[in-house]
Design a protein around this ligand. Structure first.
Ligand code: ACM
Length: 727
């Protein structure tokens, strides 16, 4: 091997090509394995060239071997703080003894990393921020260049994803990256009204967002179930309508500063004129209805609306927008606007009279009137309006942004009418879709009928996390790591659609997200331990590893959750789209890759297309062995769980799933035995196995199995040769 030869491989970002990247070769033989593995960048950069060799920083073995950095040109305090955080995190990956900060003046002559930022960002990040960066790592050192601190911070996140620890050395593979986001608006929305999340949960969420290169935190601060933002002008909003769970103004400023320090804008949402029960409980004069005496416990779409016929309503809103606008410096202000029920308006004679006078025949026209007056208020306070897709109305100026939640069609419709928009409909995390399904949903799909100019109006998208079925303990496992897959859709080129490679990188980055403080893996583990106490948590872990929550609506039907429901059942202790789906699919594919599974009965619980394996295909022998071990562990878990759940009332609904796990294990072991011995199963075997799998697909315990598609495939592979009884 000629270690000096530099073979450069242009990595093209379209399906299939990534799987063919030749292993890079290390400059130092001892650390070769790290770079022989594929890179795990997420989101994928827009352009990357990988070379042979790596920048290897070893622990204090001599001058120049410690990681050092230097700023060229300018930088501001937030970049300095971001570099410090990067070093701390690199220290966790590589060992703290390889790091040095610029506190060691003078700046080193030959630093490991030179950071060149052309100009500092303004005090308020805008939607047009230049977020691009270039990163060039060679065995001699790295160079990070960006137009703004925001771009440089994205580059630092990329460095963290590149770094591996090999035998005590910190290794950054030689790469040349030129990266810029596809969409300007890459958001994450969190509802803190239905269930409140404390500041420390918000802040670790922002850390996860920074790792995923998301740049807008949309904070859903008010809804029927609570008003969460302290107003000094209207103290009853939180005094009467928050149950004491709200953010003080200092806390909100802290969150804004924390987000800004990570290149994230904060867009507050005050949902109006509907979803307004909390407002009206505090200030009944805002409403045309009879008084409200308490916050609603039951979820749904209450009828409470603000009264657009009174000037006093707009006076109130003017004061509130002015006050909140100072706490939230972003140019956008989210006014909600969703699910406005006309009932309360139409049942009030004074409102009906007002509508008649204005010539309005529908509540939608009255809402457009409300938004027109609200928009004038926002403008007066230097804010632009963003709202859910119900605000789309030609009466409103083209400066507003439409957030599409009722389907992709409303986004396209807005763009055709000349309105900017962001897409959220496919990214509702509580729909419990897989990472793959959401990753493949594109704000501008390749078959879009929008013109090029209309496409420019699509600013991006937002992941949405509603909180009816969410609390402090479950928020991370519902949000992560799936949000990272969607973040890639918002950042990376449209042609990036390789689901297997996405899952490979997602699994690696999921672990890294725990390292930045998220608890999406460990919190459900703790909940499972609490569920089963010290009895047999391992058995519950085995069961949970192949279960995922049902969709919002299915859970709502099955449990009727409300604000008083304790969210501590089996469904809360399982994670969305767990790795088992791909792991089992990969092993089954190694044995039965050529088998096609017909669509399952639509009456059965949603069997999300399961055959998305990830990683290198195992040999048939290895796959068979792994599956056998897995099925045996399911059988053991069944026995232990059936002992344990009897004494744990909260787990009573898990018994049926435990029994099914054992039954499916026996299906699997039986299939493997036929495969291994090349024996033909007797007539009727397939029908019996399929009926067991169908039963396991029935709704139960608010959870569904992740393996049904793969298990059907395994049974079909065996039964292709089933004895038919014919001579
Ligand atoms: C919404 O989901 N009601 C915006």
């Amino acid at each position: 091997m000629n270690w000096k030869a530099r073979v450069t491989v242009q990595i093209a970002l379209f399906a299939g090509i990534l799987g063919m990247i030749p292993s890079a070769v290390m400059a130092t033989a001892q650390v070769a394995p790290a770079v022989q593995s594929k890179l795990a960048l997420m989101p994928l950069p827009s352009s990357i060239t990988q070379s042979e060799g790596a920048l290897t920083v070893t622990p204090a073995s001599g001058v120049g071997s410690i990681f050092t950095y230097r700023y060229d040109q300018t930088h501001d305090v937030r970049l300095e703080a971001a570099v410090k955080r990067t070093l701390l995190q690199l220290g966790r990956t590589c060992g703290g003894d390889v790091l040095r900060s610029t506190v060691d003046h003078p700046a080193p002559a030959n630093p490991s990393l030179t950071i060149s930022v052309a100009g500092t960002s303004g005090p308020v990040q805008t939607v047009n921020e230049d977020e691009s960066y270039q990163l060039n790592i060679t065995p001699q050192g790295g160079e990070l260049k960006a137009a703004t601190d925001t771009g440089a911070m994205h580059g630092l996140e990329t460095i963290l994803q590149l770094a591996t620890n090999e035998r005590g050395a910190c290794v950054l593979p030689a790469v040349k990256i030129s990266d810029t986001p596809r969409f300007r608006w890459r958001g994450f929305m969190l509802d803190v009204s239905r269930h409140f999340e404390p500041v420390w949960v918000i802040e670790r969420t922002l850390d996860g967002m920074a790792a995923a290169k998301l740049n807008v935190f949309h904070w859903h601060l008010s809804d029927d179930q609570g008003f969460r933002a302290e107003s000094k002008k209207f103290p009853k909003l939180t005094g009467l309508a928050s149950d004491g769970q709200f953010y003080t103004q200092d806390e909100m400023r802290e969150v804004v500063a924390y987000a800004w320090a990570r290149g994230i804008r904060v867009v507050p949402e005050f949902d109006m004129p509907g979803h307004g029960t909390s407002w009206i409980l505090a200030y009944p004069e805002l409403s045309p209805e009879a008084h409200i005496t308490q916050l609603p416990v039951v979820y749904g779409t209450p009828t409470a609306v603000l009264d657009p016929t009174r000037d006093s309503t707009f006076k109130f809103l003017n004061t509130l927008v002015e006050e909140m606008g100072k706490i939230f410096p972003d140019e956008y202000f989210h006014v909600g606007g969703d699910e406005v029920q006309g009932k309360a308006w139409l049942s009030n004679p004074q409102v009906v009279e007002f509508m008649k006078k204005k010539g309005f025949t529908t509540p939608a026209e009255l809402q457009a009137y409300f938004n027109q007056r609200l928009e004038v208020i926002l403008k007066k306070h230097d804010k632009k309006m963003i709202g859910w897709d119900e605000i789309l109305n030609p009466a409103l100026p083209k400066t507003i942004v439409i957030q599409s939640w009722r389907g992709e069609a409303s986004l396209a419709e807005g763009a055709r009418q000349g309105y900017q928009g962001i897409l959220s409909a496919p990214y509702y995390l509580d729909a419990q879709k897989t990472s793959a399904q959401m990753f493949l949903a594109d704000p501008i799909p390749s078959d879009t009928t929008l013109t090029v100019d209309q496409q420019k109006l699509i600013l991006g998208g937002e992941v949405c996390m509603w909180a009816e079925q969410l609390n402090l303990e479950t928020v991370d496992s519902r949000v992560w790591p799936r949000t990272m897959a969607i973040a890639e859709r918002f950042w990376s080129p449209q042609s990036d659609r390789d689901v297997s490679d996405m899952y490979r990188r997602l699994r690696i980055n999921s672990l890294k997200l725990e390292d930045v403080g998220l608890r999406h893996i460990s919190a459900p583990e703790i909940m499972r331990r609490n569920l089963l106490l010290e009895r047999h948590p391992d058995a519950l872990d085995v069961l949970a590893s192949v279960l995922e929550p049902v969709s919002f609506h299915e859970r709502y039907e099955g449990q009727h959750t409300n604000g008083l429901t304790t969210l501590n059942r089996l469904v809360d202790a399982v994670v969305a789209d767990p790795p088992s789906r791909q792991q089992i699919a990969g092993d089954v594919d190694a044995l039965a890759g050529n088998v096609t599974v017909p669509p399952s009965d639509p009456k059965l619980a949603l069997d999300l297309s399961g055959d998305v394996s990830s990683g290198a295909a195992p040999s048939p022998e290895m796959a068979l062995d792994r599956l056998r071990q897995r099925f045996l562990s399911w059988q053991t878990a069944e026995t232990r769980l059936l002992e344990g759940v009897q004494e744990t009332p909260r787990l009573s609904d898990a018994a049926i799933r435990a029994e099914q796990l054992g039954e499916v294990a026996r299906v699997g072991l039986s299939a493997l035995a036929y495969l291994q011995t090349h024996t033909v199963p007797p007539a009727g075997w397939k029908a019996r196995q399929m009926s067991i799998l169908d039963a396991a697909g029935q709704p139960s315990a608010l959870v569904r199995f992740t393996f049904l598609h793969s298990m059907r495939k395994l049974v079909l592979a065996v039964s292709q040769t089933e004895h038919t009884g014919a001579p």
